[in-house]
Ligand binder design. Structure first.
Ligand code: NAP
Length: 283
């Protein structure tokens, strides 16, 4: 199959590496000629360039740019596509993407491969990034079934776990498990560094170990990604943040009132509930 990838970074480059190794021919487009050359050198694409004309023979095109560039990219891409071309994206938010792109191209299937690293750009692309990861597809009632099947078959060939849901269900779910954790982890770091006593702050920094490393990891990541989550998934994120604040307020009350039994009850519940989220990969 002829595959097109627009945006040759971590996700686009990794998709290219894997899809080529499955026997597909991969054409890439990115903003900078240097990125295109690196993608060719790294074996992520058969050929690449800065012009969207390269997409004209593609059967399926993956839009792998940052969210902010997707709409303009698709508008510029459409004149170069055959009417049968299936368009899909990899954006981390689906409501906004599907609302914006689906009206532009009937053969569009919203998608989100849920794998990544802390790195970005073509140098960060890697083989087998998606193995074992969830790959969410968000077709609407008007999305052609054949287009969904085509994207699903490609995603499945990457050894992913396929899920279908509504775009807003996806956004509410990722608000809980991805976007809210970034914000709460960032708030944790912000709260710690507001310690006014320099001696205590220095001591806390010196004593911080694996527990703090785990809980602060996602809050100490790429600021651009955090802003993107807030901007494009605003409604679901605000809803999750309010619920989180309620849980925190309740915990504050319990500690202030020395209500140790209630705290124990709460922590027993969360100890058990955590398994529902992380037991799949054993972490
Ligand atoms: P990335 O590593 O920064 O790659 C994006 C690439 O797109 C850049 O390398 C850039 O390459 C290119 N680009 C930027 N603007 C462009 C434009 N207007 N036209 C063509 N190419 C353009 O980012 P990423 O992590 O792969 O994220 C890409 C998409 O995947 C995002 O929509 C994100 O929501 C989604 N996603 C990310 C993750 C994650 O963990 N990172 C996970 C799942 C999904 P140039 O050097 O050519 O400018």
């Amino acid at each position: 199959m002829n595959i097109g990838i627009v945006g040759l970074g971590l996700i686009g480059g990794s998709l290219g590496l894997d899809l080529r190794s499955r026997g597909h021919t991969v054409w890439g487009v990115s903003r900078s000629a240097q990125t295109c050359q690196r993608a060719i050198d790294r074996g992520a694409v058969d050929d690449a360039g800065v012009s969207l004309t390269l997409m004209q023979t593609a059967d399926v095109v993956f839009i792998c740019t940052p969210l902010a560039a997707m709409q303009a990219t698709v508008v510029a891409l459409i004149p170069h596509l055959a009417p049968t071309t299936v368009l899909t994206d990899v954006g981390s938010v689906k409501g906004w993407v599907v609302e914006t792109i689906a009206p532009l191209w009937p053969n569009f299937v919203g998608g989100h491969p849920m794998a990544g690293t802390a790195e970005s750009g073509i140098e960060a692309a890697q083989h087998d990034l998606f193995v074992g990861a969830a790959y969410v597809l968000t077709p609407t009632p008007t999305t052609p079934v054949a287009a969904v099947q085509q994207v699903e078959a490609l995603a499945r060939s990457l050894q992913t776990r396929i899920y279908h849901c509504q775009p807003d269900e996806h956004d509410r779910a990722v608000a809980w498990i991805s976007h809210l954790p970034v914000m709460t982890s960032a708030s944790l770091i912000a709260a710690c560094i507001s310690e006014p006593d320099e001696t205590v702050l220095n001591l806390a920094q010196a004593l911080a170990s694996s527990g703090f490393r785990d809980t602060s990891r996602v809050g100490g990541g790429n600021p651009e990604l955090g802003v993107m989550m807030a901007q494009y998934n605003q409604t679901a994120l605000v809803r999750s943040l309010h619920t989180y604040r309620n849980a925190l307020d309740q915990l504050i009350r319990q500690v202030e009132q020395a209500n140790w039994n209630e705290i124990e009850h709460c922590l027993k519940q969360t100890q058990q509930a955590r398994q529902g989220f992380v037991v799949k990969d054993g972490t």
